[in-house]
Design a protein around this ligand. Sequence first.
Ligand code: HEC
Ligand code: HEC
Length: 464
Amino acid sequence: MKQFSYILSLLGLFGFFFSGTIDLDNLFNYANQEVPDYIFFDNTTTNQINDRTATLGRVLFYDKTLSRDNTVSCSSCHQQAFGFSDPAIQSTGVAGVTSRHSMRLINTRFGIEESVFWDERAATLEDQVTQPIQDHIELGYSGTNGDPDINDLIELLSGLDYYQQLFTFAYGTPLVTELRIKLALAQFVRSIQSFDSKFDQGMVLSNEQILEPFPNFTNSENLGKELFLLDKPVGANCATCHQPPEFSIDFVSLNNGVTATADGTGVDYTNFRSPTLRDLVNPDGVANTPFMHNGAFPDLMSVIEHYNAVPFDPNNELLDPDLLDPNTGEPQQLMLTPNEKLALIDFLGTLSGNNVYTDEKWSDPFEPDGTIEIIGGNLGIYDLARPEIEIQLSPNPARDLVQIKADPGQYAMILTDAKGKKVMSCTTGGQQQLSIGHLAQGLYYLSMTNLETGKHSVTKLIKN
Ligand code: HEC
Ligand code: HEC
């Protein structure tokens, strides 16, 4: 088995991919993806993405164990092939359907508005990501209505071998906590990015002169871009709220006049947020999912028709003033021509990427039967090449005692032999004397993880 794993990790080096397997020696790149220099907003604060923790986040995101009856995962309602949303108007959880339509999770990191959900009720992504777990309808660890609670889930995850390995790999110790789950899921969600669109090519070709016609655009796409960007009455004023080039929502936006609830029985004036307008449609131009918090618009034409003639509702006091006619104070009537409507739709189509729909790094790592195998990681091959903290060992080679020196802090220390077997582990401060007299001669790998920052390094230690 060990040998088989070894062959697998060698194949991994040459880019082979095995579904159902996470190879800790050959992680995907989540932390250092290319982001265009014209992308300005980034809502990451202290929870910087690193490949180890985002890999744990990927497994959590796709794991049905996170639902109380093992039938639903985050990915059930946030499907890669549909821009990480759900083609259904309301998504099915463990106990019924959601009251709002699911949201695309693309470029969530790149926005000025930090709060998430349609009604912005979660202050940050970190606050949000464990809420679906604790929602009675969605994943069902709510602690209400006879549901188990999140501590029951934590106990369950702590008993699974692959999480013991993955939490240790990400955080230095196998401890499962809600905070660690939050950090990992938020990192994975923030890593989902899409910047290989026709619009992005146009930004480069035009030297980032967004108001100039893009040379790679059709006339209609350029007309649509102009209408999107320019104020009324010349343009359609979309950019006031959906700010380019991120196309993320402006944080002062109120509602846009789409006020029916998803089940059609009531009104909801509280939806002030939209996901980015990137990847509304897939690379073939087909709507990824119906649009808006209530999924009421099956295609982009119905979206444009809405803004072209925003309906009057005397009870909607939270309609954004930018959607009123400055002269009459009534909801706007843009009077777009049929050509202008098509131009706006053509332009929105240029905002879709390709890679995000298929890239393996964001795909389901589980086998169809729900199993997963974790290979590698023990020798720290991945981290040897990417030290994040400085560790000094002296002497090295050593016979009886070795002095470890790192910056002050609390660390998880693991020593493994040349075959990846753990021979010692402890938590230590930055300075520690290790007695290794009892160990056999040979090569060892010493891994240190800072318990506060998650920063991590591996060094070789030779015992003679
Ligand atoms: C049963 C379906 C369902 C499941 C399961 C689910 N979600 Fe969602 N998700 C939704 C819906 C619906 C919304 C919008 C809800 C709202 O605004 O009230 C949403 C919104 C979000 C948002 C906000 C996006 C934004 O831009 O504001 C994030 C992030 C998110 N989900 C992540 C997750 C994660 C992580 C998990 C797994 C732990 C998960 N979801 C599980 C249906 C689901
Ligand atoms: C006053 C701010 C504002 C303006 C102006 C505005 N929008 Fe919106 N837009 C929103 C808000 C808020 C939402 C989310 C509303 C909801 O679902 O209830 C939204 C949602 C959308 C969605 C659906 C996104 C999704 O993921 O389902 C599309 C598409 C869209 N807007 C396109 C446009 C276009 C095109 C224009 C210009 C014609 C425009 N918007 C003008 C605020 C605005």
